[in-house]
Design a protein around this ligand. Structure first.
Ligand SMILES: [Zn+2]
Length: 414
């Protein structure tokens, strides 16, 4: 362990771990953690959070979009705020740390400041977003988008699987659907989200923390390959137009292209072949491609290469290929000053700083439209997330908290 973690830090890490364990009890399902946006468990978790804020003298409240928000005033009332937080909704059968770590670490930072009666030149605001995972309604990031003045009002008309309108669920939760689009924040100097990495890089490199440089942009494609179905016994190899063999060659070409470039990732996650019989040459294949990169220019270049390879391979094999784009979202490049500040904070506590992109989406993308934003990653076991086996150590929990606290103290609103 290269970081200097003192007993006092470990004790703070232990308290945060204990609270995370307690918080994981707020679930919509017995014996596993499922806390969907605006559900009963989400409401109970939000109120527990508000109660903990109250113990530190913070008046937390639920805002119109269903976020829990609280403000720790600076030396001077009305100072610009550094906002810290993450989401407290989860996927089904979730782990205890995704989102929750960043929300409760934000509160722990303020508790530390409060305990030492320490006021800063800036205010510190805490936010626990409610709608990051997008499991219950076909929406995502509505909480952070509301604060950024970019609320998708059409989301209110979405229904969950039981037919409950998001509008009604938000009202019952304590939000205000009529005002959700009107709560764009002003006077926010920056937003920082601490979050578990959800990937294996930090663990593989033996590092507890990472500073996020960018949140990957993503392109999704649907590819159709049409060859000719034929008799598996009667058609010689040189006379075949096998759509699945062509798709296989395309898949390897995609993998090879992604391997050539650091931080570019490409995945064929779904593939179907017709007619799907042992004794028939596949005549029709459909598969997905998911391509992500922290740089939009690199993603565009890779996309162009992949498309060219698909058509070249199809031509060589005398099959037809068609490509349709089903999703395209640009990368969010984290604010350079926030990245530098987090890097400095990580170094200041004795940890080698590792800059890395985030492959997963986060509320930080939405907050980045409002103010300078960035993220601090904490190592998680085996890179596992969206899984009940999600795990972090008390030491890493403490180191993350220490780095975040350091950042908050050093922060200067420009
Ligand atoms: Zn998350």
């Amino acid at each position: 362990m290269d970081a200097r973690v003192w007993d006092t830090d470990l004790a703070a890490g232990g308290r945060l771990m204990a609270r995370l364990a307690l918080f994981a009890g707020f679930s919509d399902e017995p014996r596993r953690l499922t806390r969907l946006f605006l559900s009963d468990a989400h409401r109970r978790a939000a109120h527990a959070f508000i109660g903990w804020c109250g113990e530190t003298g913070l008046q937390a409240q639920i805002d119109a979009a269903g976020n829990v928000v609280a403000r720790y005033e600076g030396r001077r009332a009305g100072a610009p705020a550094l906002m810290l937080g993450s989401h407290i909704d989860t996927v089904r059968d979730a782990g205890s740390y995704d989102g929750n770590y960043g929300a409760l670490a934000a509160l722990a930072v303020v508790e530390t400041l409060h305990a030492r009666e320490e006021r800063l030149d800036h205010a510190v605001e805490i936010v626990a977003f409610g709608d990051e995972e997008g499991v219950r309604f076909r929406t995502t990031l509505t909480g952070s988008r509301a604060l950024a003045g970019n609320y998708p009002e059409e989301a209110l008309d979405q229904k969950d699987a039981q037919g409950v309108l998001m509008r009604d669920a938000l009202l019952a939760f304590g939000g205000d659907p009529e005002r959700a689009a009107l709560i764009r924040r002003s006077n926010v100097a920056a937003f920082v989200e601490a979050h578990i990495e959800q990937g294996p890089t930090l663990e593989a490199e033996g590092l507890p923390l990472g500073v996020v440089t960018a949140i990957n942009g993503a392109t999704r494609l649907e590819v159709v390959v049409d060859g000719v179905a034929g008799h598996a016994g009667a058609t010689p190899m040189n006379l075949r137009r096998d759509a699945l063999a062509a798709a296989a060659e395309i898949m390897l070409a995609i993998e090879e292209r992604a391997c050539r470039e650091p931080d570019l990732v490409a995945t064929v996650g779904r593939l179907e072949a017709w007619p799907g019989a042992t004794n028939v040459i596949p005549g029709h294949v459909q598969f997905s491609i998911d391509l992500r990169a922290p740089s939009d220019a690199n993603r565009a270049a890779a996309l162009a290469d992949v498309e060219a390879r698909i058509f070249t391979i199809a031509a060589m094999r005398k099959v037809q290929a068609s490509i349709a784009k089903s999703h395209d979202a640009g990368a969010y490049v984290c604010d350079p000053n926030i990245v530098a500040g987090l890097k400095h904070a990580v170094e200041a506590i004795g940890v080698a700083p590792r800059l890395l992109p985030s492959g997963a989406g986060h509320d930080t993308m939405a907050m980045g439209k409002l103010c300078p934003a960035g993220m601090l990653f904490v190592r998680c076991k085996d890179g596992l997330s969206h899984n009940p086996l999600e795990s972090i150590t008390v030491e890493d929990c403490a180191i993350g908290l220490k780095a975040l606290t350091q950042f908050v103290r050093d922060f200067r609103a420009s």
